[in-house]
Ligand binder design. Structure first.
Ligand SMILES: Cc1cc2nc3c(=O)[nH]c(=O)nc-3n(C[C@H](O)[C@H](O)[C@H](O)COP(=O)(O)OP(=O)(O)OC[C@H]3O[C@@H](n4cnc5c(N)ncnc54)[C@H](O)[C@@H]3O)c2cc1C
Length: 586
């Protein structure tokens, strides 16, 4: 199996030549000079390549085991987790007041692209801690922050998010877990949660569960849900571990991928918990961490595509099959390598163009999280809310598609386990489902985000693309290959938005029937915009890396971006073709 190669040159290019991060007027970005980011990303890359990636297949093969109520993570996971925690990686972008390093979220995401590519299942054990940290940091009391945050930041303890129940996943208004108020101000939590990632394991001595539950007497539906912190072990005043709390892992799920991560049924039997934030406002509290969490899942889709592409590109250069249609390129050997065949190239270019475009997209999107969180920029918050479902939905749908393309490159050797291509496909698949299934991301984009704040965020996006095109139109080397296709695709996106505004009001089914197409159309325009910006930056260099950037970008604009026309046609066909049949006809 090919070793994972951290894409350090590309990250450096995106951060400094494309985004010009150190010059961005965002607090803390002035520290992101090339030397600093090279040092940090270089170390993160080594950890990914030497520690995390070698355990990827191990985790897949061994999976997790439930033994007497304890979940055993795969061999080597504990030592790798400890290396991540002691290296300070879990708190890279977290608050220094609790032991974090306070670096921008964008840098943490750049690190995450490598760690998730090297070993997605293992990476999740601290990825979820990050989300729980955010909820407590934003909504918890001073005492809760002091109790939980330092140990989450250091990685001494890990955390989970408990939303899903057997009868409710997307529709959390149906949630039944109860939280009975106790005389001492705590709550007794009773109910069953399913599919809880990292719900139980032996990597940390304590696990901090964030649980959504109902306080009796509260409003029905989503307005009556509260958020609780419910630790596996109670904690003494001095911070030491106390007695075991009333919760247990009833089962771990057998599943398609991410075998190294424990997906648990969690039973809460009067477990002691404490309210985080206000009663009945739990869903709102949980949603404040959604932008980051959903971006992190988008990164998983991208990361699996990156890892799979790396295997496919090595294989396509090694494997000898057939002859180039234009004459033997390798006459001294019995056959030419796969890479000479145009259809193989097409697939590799699809993958390469997606991975590099997606990498720029997600890092660019993170600058809006930082601009909002560190700089209080309300406009940035509007934009990141708009872009979040696109990052999550597009990068995971396409990321999965790219892992399948990579697997296809290997023929039968992609289907068997030896090369690892099959694992990338299986692992990537879940990212389309959890943290809000992609159909629901599309619904969120069209139903909520498009019209949010009177449409200001989407107008700001259109304006940004328009200004970029206008400012660079004089550059002949960009015009036909990049700016003209971007202009056409952006027009398709505007026409789709207009269609929703005009017909969505009259017929909501028309808007929702086109929602997934709209999400993909939007994703393509974002990647087109990123490729145009990367091309502009690449024109300033002249080595092989820059030439490859321009060629890959031209490929994206010529071969991938025209998908916007198809998406627009589908959107404009409205609800009728989709909803024509009665339910009984299926
Ligand atoms: C491996 C794994 C790990 C997970 N980790 C966690 C975790 O850590 N914590 C946690 O709380 N949950 C977790 N989940 C649960 C996951 O978030 C849910 O499975 C997901 O939200 C979907 O819920 P559901 O399975 O109940 O599907 P449903 O809600 O039943 O949806 C089924 C399908 O219908 C579609 N759909 C539903 N409603 C609509 C609508 N209004 N419009 C359009 N389409 C719709 C959905 O897109 C989906 O494709 C995990 C799941 C898995 C498999």
């Amino acid at each position: 199996m090919a070793a994972y190669a951290p894409p350090l040159r590309d990250l450096d290019f995106v951060l400094h030549d494309v985004l010009r991060a150190a010059e961005m007027p965002i607090p803390g970005y002035d520290e992101l000079d090339r030397e600093t980011t090279r040092a940090i990303l270089g170390e993160a890359g080594k950890l990914a390549r030497d520690v995390l990636a070698p355990l990827n297949a191990v985790g897949d093969r061994e999976g997790c085991r439930l033994e007497n109520g304890v979940v055993r993570a795969p061999s080597g996971f504990k030592a790798a987790y400890d290396a991540v925690a002691t290296g300070g990686w879990i708190g890279l972008d977290l608050d220094p007041a609790y032991g974090g390093q306070g670096m921008p979220h964008m840098l943490n995401t750049a690190v995450g692209t490598m760690h998730a590519a090297a070993n997605m299942a293992l990476n999740m054990y601290w990825g979820l801690t990050h989300g729980a940290y955010n909820a407590i940091h934003e909504h918890g009391s001073a005492e809760q922050k002091a109790t939980w945050l330092p140990k989450l930041v250091s990685g001494e303890w890990s955390a989970t998010m408990n939303l899903t129940e057997p009868h409710c996943g997307t529709d959390l208004g149906l949630l039944r877990t109860r939280a009975e108020p106790q005389a001492d101000g705590s709550y007794a939590i009773t109910g069953q949660k399913i599919f809880i990632s990292s719900g139980e394991h032996d990597l940390t001595p304590n696990i901090v569960h964030l649980v959504l539950a109902r306080i009796p007497g509260g409003p029905a539906g989503v307005k009556g849900i509260s958020l609780f912190v419910v630790p596996k072990f109670l904690v003494h005043d001095d911070g030491g571990l106390g007695p075991r709390n009333g919760l247990s892992c009833g089962k771990i799920e057998e599943k398609m991928g991410i075998h190294g991560n424990s997906t648990c049924v969690m039973n809460y039997d009067g477990a002691i918990g404490w309210l985080v934030g206000e009663p009945h406002k739990g869903l709102r509290a949980m949603f404040t961490m959604m932008n980051e969490a959903r971006l992190a899942v988008g990164v998983q889709g991208l990361a699996q595509a990156d890892a799979a592409y790396q295997v496919a590109s090595v294989y396509a250069r090694d494997r000898l099959q057939g002859r180039a249609v234009t004459g033997a390129e390798n006459p001294e050997r019995p056959a030419d390598p796969l890479i000479v065949h145009p259809d193989v190239r097409r697939s590799l270019m699809d993958q390469k163009a997606f991975v590099e475009g997606g990498r720029a997209f997600v890092l660019w999107a993170c600058t809006y999280i930082d601009a909002h969180q560190r700089g209080g920029d309300a406009g940035a918050n509007g934009l990141i809310s708009l872009l979040t479902p696109v990052v999550k939905g597009f990068l995971t749908d396409k990321g999965f598609e790219m892992t399948v393309q990579a697997q296809q490159m290997l023929g039968g050797h992609g289907y068997i386990e030896e090369w690892g291509a099959s694992q990338f496909v299986r692992d990537a698949r879940i990212a389309m489902i959890y943290e809000g299934a992609n159909g629901v991301q599309a619904l969120d984009l069209v139903g909520r985000k498009l019209g949010a704040d009177g449409g200001k965020p989407v107008m700001a996006f259109f304006e940004m693309v328009k200004v970029f095109i206008r400012e660079n139109e004089g550059e002949e080397r960009l015009k036909a290959g990049f700016l003209d296709p971007l202009k056409a695709a952006s027009k398709d996106l505007q026409a789709a938005a207009m269609f929703f505004m005009q017909s969505g009001m009259k017929d909501p089914n028309a808007a929702l029937a086109g929602s997934t197409d709209f999400l993909h159309l939007f994703g393509h325009v974002c990647l087109g915009y990123m490729w145009a910006r990367m091309a502009k930056a690449a024109l300033e260099g002249s080595d092989d890396f820059h030439h490859a950037k321009l060629a890959t970008g031209r490929y994206y604009m010529a071969r991938c971006l025209p998908a916007t026309t198809l998406h627009l046609a589908r959107i404009q066909s409205g609800a009728e073709p989709v909803m024509a049949l009665p339910a009984e006809a299926f």
